[in-house]
Design a binder for this molecule. Structure first.
Ligand code: ADP
Ligand code: MG
Length: 698
């Protein structure tokens, strides 16, 4: 560690004031001198109410005021120079407001010209032949300094902290309050992270850390302190998350004693061998089903990794244990497709499937609902119609949510409540970047299918400009001649289904002409009725036509094995996750598949996304990239991402530290007695005292 306690102690001995026995970090900032109602409100707006929150209101950067030798400076570096003022300064005025103050600083053998613009009052601080320290931007070519601030002869802080401030409270006020708080409360700062962890990761002692965040001796001390502060923030966050998870798990859940022999028999009838990853996650989920705790598990698997069959197997397990299972999909097309697939998988097995969507006719509902209520129907597939009040289950044991990111938080919760203690398996094909998996989904257990079925070839992706469409059309023709099929996705116009449809219509007509009379073209858009969409998909699967022009209706889940080309218009209008989903519609067999992105991106960000798409097929890499390019809030929408606002840590940039903190928090809380162990007392006390400041979860 760069700075020891004793060095910091001598530097700031003047702050060593009252003994801290009677003061607590939970005291209000109102106890500090000069904090009245007005200032209290201004501080509250910055999230500062207690001494703790003030002391952890960290600077976001520092101005390094330590003096450096001239020959070590680089151009435009911000530095402090120390020298003797060579001659009286000159002040020149331009008009009424503008001015320039010039003087020369003698540093050893060198003379450095210093200029201050528009700060005429500084003239009185610059006396000829006196020593002076000046902070500013160094111009290496002219060997001159563009002055920013006069420091005098003896700087208080070698590193000047800069705090986020606002119009109601100034930088200097915040600084004064922090100095006062440090003076009165430093002895009340206790170590909250267990000593073994502090030692193992070479973290700073908490008091030293807070000290060095506000009063670092040099930039090394500042960055060491920041590293410790980040760890603390991530660790505390993870402890809360793990505690939440343990609370979830100790809630009385149901133990599903499934019949392993029957499950094996179903597996043996599948037309293919399960991948290793599929077997592993089926085991993970089944273990959870058996335990009398509430399962809250996320199943991640890239598009085409075969999540549906995993869902089918574990739902069957629940059914053999005497429970009902439900599968909820985000769209009717998808729900219908699932119902059909499941019907085929369960052919010959004692499973009664019902499909329940918004367009299920009243008569059919009247017939289905009582049979769900009396348990005769044991597998219910549908859209969010599943969670309507009129649906009563007999004994719902497992709920599977497909494409879970498509559902609002509220809908997920409603289903959870509907099923009372039913175990929940949320599936997602939008790979969740590690950052989000650790933060937003941190309270869930995660199973990952990280292997595609054997024989799949990675989709070859090309990015072309609008002007090159003709060659792309030639390419599609060649694929069709080889007996394949192609998707053409039309431009996405945000918020306007009507415009989307007109666009799709136009492209449909153009392609019909282009391919006529050899090949047929079909059209699918959001304005069509569900039975119309269904009919189009069925016809495409049956190869009644070879090219399907579609809006993003086809984005999720649809499965047509002979389709080998995915052509996407205005690809730069889509997010990376969405492009990856669309691309996942092809390459679902052992035939080589292609994705053609048509785009003339308007900005660098668009160019980057097109390039990333051509470079990788790995959904995890893509989603992490998406997060980096756009920031966490935008990937799933600010509300849904649930990524908390960390104060010092950056969950994307500091991912490694975040996962280390997660592991440590997990290790700690996995011990059932952690809260009563002596080494954790301060931590437990701290968490309880801070409960008002808890991060919000969905
Ligand atoms: P996703 O994970 O994207 O939902 P699906 O469950 O739709 O993927 O599966 C994609 C395709 O792969 C389906 O046609 C499915 O029948 C097939 N499939 C699933 N598992 C295997 C496997 N182990 N071997 C071969 N094909 C498989
Ligand atoms: Mg799927």
């Amino acid at each position: 560690m760069a700075v020891t306690q004793s060095v910091a102690g001598t530097l700031f001995c003047k702050f060593r004031g009252k003994k801290g026995n009677d003061v607590k970090l939970t005291d209000s900032v109102a106890t500090l001198p000069g904090v009245g109602p007005k200032r209290l409100a201004a501080l509250a707006a910055l999230g500062i109410d207690t001494i703790e929150s003030l002391l952890t209101y960290y600077p976001f950067r520092y101005e390094d005021l330590s003096v450096k030798p001239l020959n070590e400076l680089t151009d435009q570096e911000q530095v402090t120079l120390k020298g003797i003022v060579a001659a009286p300064p000159t002040l020149t005025h331009f008009g009424r407001r503008k001015s320039r103050l010039n003087f020369r600083l003698l540093i050893g053998q060198d003379i450095v010209p210093v200029t201050f613009f528009n700060q005429p009052w500084l003239q009185k601080s610059v006396a000829a032949d006196a020593p002076l320290m000046v902070y500013g931007r160094f111009d290496a070519k002219r060997m001159a300094l563009n002055g920013m601030k006069i420091i005098g002869t003896n700087p208080d802080d070698p590193m000047a902290p800069i705090y986020p401030a606002n119009a109601n409270i100034r930088q200097t006020t915040i600084r004064q309050l922090i100095v006062a708080a440090w003076e009165q409360y430093q002895t009340a700062i206790e170590a909250i992270i267990p000593p073994a962890i502090v030692a193992h990761y070479h973290l700073m002692d908490r008091r030293q850390m807070i000290h060095d965040m506000h009063f670092p001796a040099d930039s090394d001390a500042a960055s060491q302190a920041r590293r410790s502060a980040k760890f603390e923030e991530f660790f505390l966050f993870q402890i809360r998350l793990q505690a939440l998870k343990h609370r979830d798990q100790t809630q009385q859940g149901i133990a599903i004693n499934y019949d392993n022999e029957q499950l094996k028999r179903l597996i043996s009838t599948l037309p293919y061998e399960l991948t290793g990853a599929q077997k592993r996650v089926v085991n993970e989920i089944c273990l959870d089903l058996k335990r009398p705790i509430h399962m809250n598990r996320l199943l991640q698997g890239d598009v085409g990794s075969g999540k549906t069959v995993v869902a089918a197997l574990v739902m069957y397990a629940a059914i053999t244990g005497g429970f009902q299972a439900a599968l909820m999909a985000p769209t009717e097309i998808l729900a219908e497709q699932h119902a059909n697939n499941l019907q085929a998988i369960f052919d010959g097995f004692p499973v009664n499937i019902a499909l329940l969507t918004g367009s299920t006719k009243a008569a059919a509902r009247r017939e289905i609902l009582p049979r769900i209520e009396n348990g005769e129907i044991n597998l219910i597939v549908g859209t969010h119609a599943l969670i309507q009040d009129t649906v009563n289950y007999h004994q719902l044991g497992l709920v599977v949510i497909d494409e879970q990111h498509r559902f609002g938080v509220g809908q997920r919760q409603a289903l959870r409540e509907k099923g009372m203690n039913a175990d929940v398996l949320a599936m997602t094909a939008t790979p969740i970047p590690r950052t989000l998996a650790i933060t937003s989904y941190g309270e869930m257990d995660v199973s990952v299918i990280d292997e595609l079925p054997a024989g799949r070839k990675p989709v070859t992706t090309r990015w072309i400009k609008d002007a090159q469409i003709d060659s792309a059309v030639q390419f599609v023709k060649a694929q069709l001649a080889a007996g394949h099929q192609s998707y053409v996705v039309t431009p996405l116009i945000e918020e306007s289904e009507a415009v989307d449809m007109r666009n799709a219509q136009a492209i449909y007509e153009r392609f019909s002409t282009l391919f006529s009379p050899t090949y047929q073209v079909g059209l699918l858009h959001g304005r069509m009725r569900n039975d119309e969409k269904e009919a189009v998909m069925t016809a495409f699967k049956a190869k009644d036509f070879q090219v399907l022009v579609a809006t993003t209706v086809i984005e999720v889940g649809v499965d047509v094995k002979d389709a080998t080309v995915m052509m996407i218009y205005d690809a730069d209008h889509f997010g990376l996750a969405q492009l990856h989903q669309l691309r996942g519609r092809v390459g679902r067999s052992d035939q080589q598949a292609y994705c053609i992105l048509i785009a003339d991106p308007k900005n660098e960000y668009g160019v980057q996304r097109m390039e990333v798409m051509t470079q990788t097929n790995d959904g995890f890499v893509l989603s992490q990239k998406d997060l980096e390019l756009r920031g966490a809030g935008d990937v799933l929408g600010k509300k849904q991402s649930g990524v908390p606002d960390f104060k010092v840590g950056d969950p994307v940039a500091d991912l490694t530290m975040l996962s280390v903190a997660q592991q440590e928090a997990k290790k700690l809380t996995d011990d059932a007695d952690w809260q009563t162990q002596p080494t954790n007392q301060v931590l437990v006390h701290y968490l309880n005292a801070q409960s008002d400041h808890e991060y919000m979860f969905d």
